[in-house]
Design a protein around this ligand. Structure first.
Ligand code: HEC
Length: 141
């Protein structure tokens, strides 16, 4: 159990490091996502979106993250710290209907990207749930 956790943390670290490196010297208010036009996002945030879809968080939190049986994550992430976000997704709140994703490797490996995507939604910077890669061929720039 412990070694598995350690392994997950070790897998997640290079991803976090890469995202920081990609942003260069970070200003104090750096966001974990990059977005233009409200829906074209960087590869890291795109991974977060794909993780969201793969884990089917939408069946409880809604396709637009605005809540269903689970609360609106657009609202939640305005107050929830990143650490609390990770803890909630990892451990769940079983008695309240939030399941644990500790054994879901896709979610735990990409938790930083998942947070980045949802934080962008919560900040209002990502204006629609379905995002697209910013450097997609033929995206019309
Ligand atoms: C089976 C339904 C269900 C699924 C699937 C689900 N959640 Fe939840 N989630 C809930 C419920 C219900 C709560 C509210 C728990 C409570 O009242 O404290 C919640 C709470 C949360 C919270 C805490 C919100 C807050 O304001 O404290 C976060 C963050 C969260 N979920 C993220 C996710 C993510 C990310 C996924 C997908 C990886 C996911 N959830 C999948 C039902 C679900």
């Amino acid at each position: 159990m412990m070694s598995k956790l350690v392994r997950l943390v070790l897998t997640a670290l290079p991803i976090a490091a890469a995202s920081v490196a990609a942003q260069g010297p970070a200003p104090a208010q750096a966001t974990p996502y990059k977005v233009v036009d409200g829906y074209k996002v960087d590869a890291f945030t795109m991974t977060g979106f794909r993780t969201w879809r793969a884990a089917a968080c939408d069946r409880c939190h809604g396709a637009n993250q605005e809540g269903l049986v689970g609360p609106s994550l657009v609202n939640s992430l305005k107050v929830l710290s990143k650490d609390d976000f990770i803890k909630t997704v990892r451990d769940g709140r079983q008695e309240k209907g939030m399941i644990s994703f500790a054994t879901n490797t896709t979610v735990m490996t990409n938790i930083d990207a998942l947070y980045a995507y949802l934080k962008g939604r919560s900040d209002g910077a990502i204006t629609r749930a379905r995002v697209e890669p910013m450097d997609a061929p033929g995206s019309g720039s």
